[in-house]
Design a protein around this ligand. Structure first.
Ligand code: WQD
Length: 348
């Protein structure tokens, strides 16, 4: 354990599944800087081992890394035997809305099957605290109002359905095992990068999410952005999302760890900014950050998308000290700094 810590529950050894991924690696930085020890479990199907080297460059500490598929129960048991873990932050999942409509069964296997496997291995190892990476997409289409945690869930795609199913499994585990504690973080659209420019978003293959795609257009790897839908019931016709800085999201996970024992069962919190931004507004903001034009074409809507998803974050602001620190311009500037210094991502 580290000697110093500014976390209220004291230094913990945290197992971070998907810790070599975009949000996971940023969370490793914040965990280490808060005095925790980190063990990363990742199969590198979407993440990069290089990201863990960057975590070390930023914090001076490289997380312990176990290259494991979380659906492999024996491998997970071996990880828990090798490391005395106090809590889990569970990111490992497939996470692209559009892709999930193409390969739904793979999403159920990885996201739902993987979470069930992790919960069972954790219980066998006597680890009873988990922070779960959930998603605003489980709310479905919401019309013009912002969403608080009491909003009805209406998953509009297999990715969202898989996240809701995982929440329900975790909630049931907490209901029937008194010692089990959980926080599920329903975050909106994490974007941006660590301000150092050393850590960022580098999806394998063609980016499914809008900001890495925008960044690759800006750096010249892609010709233009396809805007999925120009006929939504929004001011400029493009869909609205609540974009939130990935470092804010990462700090939200550290706060969740501090509060997982606040009450029995599973706690639910939205993580967002409460600000809605359309795809066309985002494109303009990114072009300003990159100081260059970003060509685009408006095409048909993407399967599984909804017109608007914006958070009401009143609950998390009342319960914890967490609040978003960074605005959209900063998110775009930080994302561009990483992309500009890594035109081909971590690979070069
Ligand atoms: C955003 C908007 C697209 C690509 C993401 C994550 C999911 C969850 C919620 C955490 C939509 C449009 C996209 C493109 C476009 N986060 N778009 N052109 O679907 O809101 O979900 O945030 O759990 O994991 O996937 O994000 O970036 O794919 O799309 O016009 O090339 O951008 O239609 O309106 P989404 P996204």
């Amino acid at each position: 354990m580290s000697a110093t810590s500014d976390t209220s529950i004291g230094p913990q050894r945290v197992l971070v599944t998907g810790g070599a991924g975009f949000i996971g690696s940023h969370t490793c930085v914040e965990l280490i800087e808060s005095g925790h020890d980190v063990v990363v479990v990742d199969d590198l199907s979407a993440g990069h081992a290089a990201a863990l080297d960057r975590v070390r460059e930023i914090t001076g500490t490289r997380p312990v890394f176990e290259r494991v598929d979380i659906t492999d129960a024996a491998a997970l048991d071996a990880v828990f035997r090798r490391h005395s873990v106090d809590a889990i932050i569970h990111f490992a999942a497939r996470k692209a809305v559009g892709e999930s409509t193409e390969i739904p069964l793979d999403y159920f296997d990885t996201n739902v099957g993987g979470t069930a496997s992790l919960l069972a291995a954790a219980r066998r190892a006597g680890v009873h605290r988990i922070v779960f990476s959930s998603s605003c997409s489980i709310y479905g289409s919401t019309g013009a109002h912002d969403l608080d945690e009491s909003a009805p869930t209406a998953p509009a795609n297999p990715y969202a359905w898989s996240k809701l199913a995982c929440e329900q499994m975790i909630e049931q585990a907490c209901r029937y095992h008194d010692e089990q504690r959980a926080v599920s973080l329903r975050y909106f659209n994490p974007i941006g990068a660590h301000p150092s420019g050393l850590l960022g978003e580098d999806p394998h293959g063609t980016p499914r999410n809008v900001v890495p795609y925008l960044a690759q257009v800006a750096v010249g790897r892609r010709e233009r952005l396809q805007v999925f839908g120009g006929d939504y019931p929004t001011p400029d016709g493009s869909a609205i999302r609540d974009y939130v800085h990935v470092v804010d999201i990462a700090r939200g996970h550290v706060a969740a760890l501090d509060h997982v024992d606040d009450q029995p069962g599973m706690q639910l919190f939205n993580l967002g900014t409460g600000q809605g931004t359309s795809v066309l507004e985002l494109r303009a903001a990114f072009a300003a950050a990159a100081d260059r034009d970003i060509p685009y074409v408006v095409v048909d809507r993407r399967a599984g998308d909804v017109p608007r998803l914006v958070a009401d974050i009143g609950a998390v602001r009342r319960a914890w000290s967490w609040k978003p620190e960074y605005d959209l311009a900063t998110m775009c500037r930080d994302a561009w700094r990483f992309q500009k210094s890594h035109p081909e991502g971590y690979r070069r």
